[in-house]
Design a protein around this ligand. Structure first.
Ligand code: NAD
Length: 252
């Protein structure tokens, strides 16, 4: 593989939620390649250990946490702060899809769970780290939303609503912090083949591919490349913004 362009993250510490697998893990690798130290937050300790073993000399801190649990997120933040000088970057990638079914058949408990992980989770994580970022007047927050949050995918109402919520929350927080050194943005990927596909029906996966003009899925490294820029000091005049990465699907 050709050598990747790098941003300089030396001296920076990043939290990547959902860092045990998929997009989050690829982002963590990309940040480490640029010199960052990392805390991987995930709900699954086995996945975290497996993820940790994929790193070389600079092993990430791993923190088992359910991002929808308010007390657990505060405890994870405190555990991270004990292990590092401070938190410079937060990437919220933990997410679930929920069942693929029409809204009128959507089980209420599943709706609550999807909103809990995908929207309450990023809210709790941002809420936990922003005070410390404000103290040192520096931070980069990147929330992983989805093209589904802009367009609404049929048979994924909870997921689409949760991601639309992340877009709105990012816009609010970005404006609240606009006059500080903290930048808050989100990205809206189209489908990327990761473990999350196991949670979807084949019909839904086929639907998502059919909507992508490039006629292929995204790669986790492509998502990580955009997140790397958004996590860097070079991202200085963009905040409260939504970045498309959808193979041509997104039209706004
Ligand atoms: N893969 C795609 O097609 C795609 C497209 C657009 C957006 N996204 C978003 O990207 C993010 C990452 O997805 P992915 O494809 O890497 O999926 P993935 O399933 O490979 O990884 C998600 C990770 O989040 C963790 N997680 C789930 N619930 C959690 C919780 N309550 N607390 C802590 N960790 C939890 C999982 O254990 C897993 O390691 C998600 O927010 C997803 O909605 C994915």
């Amino acid at each position: 593989m050709a050598e990747r362009n790098q941003y300089n993250f030396s001296g920076r510490h990043a939290i990547v939620t959902g860092g045990g697998a998929g997009i989050g893990l690829a982002i963590a690798h990309r940040l480490v390649e640029g010199g960052a130290t990392i805390s991987l937050w995930d709900r699954d300790p086995d996945m975290l250990e497996q993820a940790r073993s994929t790193f070389g000399d600079v092993k990430p801190q791993v923190v088992t946490v359910d991002v929808s649990d308010a007390d657990a997120v505060v405890a994870a933040r405190d555990a991270t702060l004990q292990a590092t000088a401070g938190i410079d970057i937060l990437v919220t990638s933990a997410g679930i899809t929920g069942p693929n079914t029409t809204l009128w058949d959507y089980p209420v408990a599943d709706w609550d769970k999807v909103i809990g992980v995908n929207l309450r989770g990023p809210f709790l994580c941002c809420r936990a780290v922003v005070p410390q970022m404000r103290e040192k007047n520096y931070g980069r927050i990147v929330n992983i939303a989805s093209i589904a949050g802009k367009e609404g995918n049929p048979n994924a109402s909870a997921y689409s609503a949760s991601k639309a919520g992340v877009i709105g929350m990012t816009k609010s927080l970005g404006k609240e912090l606009a006059q500080t050194g903290i930048r808050v943005n989100c990205i809206t990927p189209a489908a990327v083949r990761t473990g999350i596909f196991a949670q979807m029906t084949q019909q839904h996966i086929d639907f998502m591919l059919s909507k992508i003009p490039m006629n292929r899925f995204g790669e986790v490294e492509e998502i990580a490349a955009l997140v790397a820029w958004l996590s860097s000091e070079d991202c200085s005049f963009s905040t409260a913004a939504v970045f498309d990465i959808s193979g041509g699907r997104g039209t706004y």
